[in-house]
Design a protein around this ligand. Structure first.
Ligand code: TTP
Length: 228
């Protein structure tokens, strides 16, 4: 039985994921074991939609090797941007960021986040995973706006070279679904996975009609999620 494991270990260096998971009201610590994402992704065989969950599973397994994972539920996630089924990762450099932002301009694409919750107890690994896709339409930003955004440094640690939450660039025109999924952690899916371990969030529920899948208010998080 794993239902006493209410302490979470978030296997992520992403400040966005930290901020989002905090809203669950559950105690957590951060424990990141370095994962060679490129090497892990090169081994993947399957549809592009599954890549994020595959990568998240490797991040989670890496965290299970850390002593501080003992007695915790490990949570890991990975976010990919898919344009015509082509995976756009993080930009290698500024020129690559420019190419990615130009290719996304005015286009619908999908942001897929894979989430894993797992635990190791008495030699047994229990792992549940899920992914979610959010269709996103970019606005027709200009080349000058791209240059200013790249100069800000914000795109460099983000899949597809953009942050939907960036208050200056505001790259998107419309999204069809979960906002927090785009920022890197779909709260609704995470809650479903935690429930498989009999873990319930402690934060008070505030339903948000703007998000079809998150049981918590994403509105306040949206406001807070700028600048991370
Ligand atoms: C599309 C998009 C991505 N992102 C971020 C989410 C992820 O942090 C990042 C994609 O890279 P990931 O490899 O998913 O995550 P990470 O390297 O930042 O963190 P870790 O592996 O330690 O958990 O891009 C945004 O913040 N806003 C967006 O609009």
């Amino acid at each position: 039985m794993l239902n006493h494991h209410t302490h979470l270990l978030l296997a992520s260096a992403s400040p966005r994921r930290r901020q989002i998971i905090t809203s669950l009201g559950l105690p957590y610590t951060i424990g990141v074991s370095p994962t060679d994402e490129e090497a892990v992704q090169a081994l993947y065989r399957g549809p592009a939609d599954g890549l994020a969950q595959w990568t998240a599973a490797h991040k989670a397994l890496g965290a299970l090797t850390m002593p501080e994972s003992q007695g915790t539920l490990v949570v890991a996630a990975d976010t990919t941007v898919l344009l015509d089924e082509q995976v756009l990762g993080k930009p290698r450099d500024e020129e690559h960021a420019r190419q990615l932002l130009r290719s996304l301009r005015g286009r619908w694409h999908r942001v897929v986040t894979g989430v894993i919750v797992c635990a190791l107890k008495d030699g047994q690994i229990t792992m549940f995973g899920a992914s979610q896709a959010t269709p996103v339409l970019m606005r027709p930003y200009s080349d000058a706006e791209i240059d200013a955004y790249i100069a800000s440094g914000d795109p460099m640690d983000k899949a597809g070279a953009y942050g939907i939450q960036n208050p200056d660039f505001q790259p998107t025109e419309r999204i069809d679904g979960c906002y927090l999924n785009v920022v890197g952690l779909p709260l609704g899916k995470l809650t479903e996975l935690l429930a498989r371990f009999d873990v319930q969030p402690l934060a008070p529920h505030v339903s948000d009609p703007a998000c079809p899948c998150c049981p918590w208010s994403t509105r306040s998080l949206k406001n807070e999620a700028t600048h991370v």
